[in-house]
Design a protein around this ligand. Sequence first.
Ligand SMILES: Cc1cc2nc3c(=O)[nH]c(=O)nc-3n(C[C@H](O)[C@H](O)[C@H](O)COP(=O)(O)O)c2cc1C
Length: 349
Amino acid sequence: MSPSRAAGHSARPPDFSPRDFRAALGMFATGVTIVTARNDQGEPVGLTASSFNSVSLDPPLVLWSLGKAAGSMAVFANGRHYAINVLAADQQALAERFAARGVDRWAGLGFTDGAGDAPLLEGCVATFECFNRSQYTEGDHVIFVGEVERCTRRPNASPLLFHGGRFYTEHPLQGSQADASAPQAPDGRFVGSYLGYLLGQASHAVYRDFENAIAAQGLTHIAWRVLAVLHDAALSHPDHQGSIAVGCLARDVLAKQPTVTKLVQRMAEDGLVELLADPADQRRTLVAATGEGRRIAAALIEQARAQETTLLSRWSPGEADALKRHLQKLANSEPPRSAAARVAVPRGG
Ligand SMILES: Cc1cc2nc3c(=O)[nH]c(=O)nc-3n(C[C@H](O)[C@H](O)[C@H](O)COP(=O)(O)O)c2cc1C
């Protein structure tokens, strides 16, 4: 089969440099593959290629293109089979290795044999075992069309991405849509998929160990929150010694004002906070941490941060950041006047 051409027409010469062309192509984000095969001596051969794409569902066809000058050209031009290994987010080093010259690309690599003994690399997110169906020479590359005889995938794995000449190891949807293990309740079960329940469980996981640290300082949970809020207030209003009105404190520690009023009186007796009359309005009471209150807050904050680091140690910085941003968004969202608010729940039903 030969490529069809627009009869009697030819393209205008490019008005851009090769560099511009490369840069524009780089704006197309792709995954990264390693295409593998066996040479005549039965040795494994492979190279990094991002030119992979789908062609047809029926029959199942894919394509990729190989530079004419590539050292592996003869193997792919003449072989009957090759495998396309789609790399996982943690395989950037492999992508670099299989694009480099003068290195042993296969050193220490685990793989199994696919169709035609083409190597299937371990740890990839997908593999396509292809019959070498057709080739089209165009410009300085050869386009290979492969007929897929077998394909596999790891459903929850994140792929390695390539964009603008750089690798990206974090999937933009990681932890949300891309993560098929996200809680779903196909059978209509409520508890394990309800946001409120999940937040409660997550909160329990965060506070499980930290509770002891709070108790060891002789504090209740709300008293700890009071000290933490006063710590932040001192950072935002250093000129007022971080003093804050009881009403604002109550809002920030998520408690009712009379509860907080009583609590800060007790904390003042314990020497953790001081109560000051607001110079602008003598009827208002301001609360500020004492030196002892600040010392305890600083120690607990340090422990909280260390414990958070441990808890999130298996998360990438991007995931942890995204989680916090989502929670902040949720915390600051005004619920729309929903139908739920208007629904009359039958009593005694
Ligand atoms: C991310 C990335 C994508 C690449 N994609 C292709 C490609 O699609 N086709 C190609 O011929 N070379 C591609 N290369 C370059 C080859 O991997 C590189 O030239 C390699 O040395 C060729 O190996 P060979 O000479 O043993 O055939 C890519 C390199 C990188 C880093």
